[in-house]
Design a protein. Structure first.
Length: 128
């Protein structure tokens, strides 16, 4: 989510607008995965069948999933906006710029040793 905020800010959006758009974009996937995990634990939490021993574990997992949803969708953007509030850093701090992606069409540079003495002595690795 914060990576999306950085890309939106690099595109010229204000911090609050970037946080809102990023939150809207991540809401559905986060809720769907969290609901799937919580609903999958409901039979264990109700103690259906012979799952009485796993009941406390299922209740703890459901609670942890609910807390993680609140932390990821509410607390993280709020803390990020408080930390990135204008005027809190140096006055000449530029907005966060994402790292540029490497060009996949460009070949990596070939590294040549400067002298034969820099080559490894492969005979020392062979059988003795």
């Amino acid at each position: 989510m914060l990576d999306s905020v950085k890309h939106l800010r690099a595109g010229g959006l204000a911090l609050n607008e970037a946080l809102v758009q990023s939150g809207q974009r991540r809401l559905r996937p986060v809720l769907m995965t969290s609901l799937a995990a919580a609903l999958g634990m409901l039979p264990l939490a109700w103690g259906v069948g012979s799952a009485d021993m796993l009941r406390p574990l299922a209740i703890a997992v459901i609670g942890a999933v609910c807390v993680s949803v609140l932390l990821s969708l509410v607390a993280t953007p709020v803390l990020y906006s408080l930390m990135r509030e204008p005027g809190r850093g140096k006055p000449d701090d530029p907005p966060d710029q994402p790292e540029p992606m490497p060009d996949p069409t460009r070949e990596p540079p070939k590294i040549q040793p400067e002298s034969p003495s820099q080559l490894p002595n492969w005979q020392s690795f062979g059988p003795r």
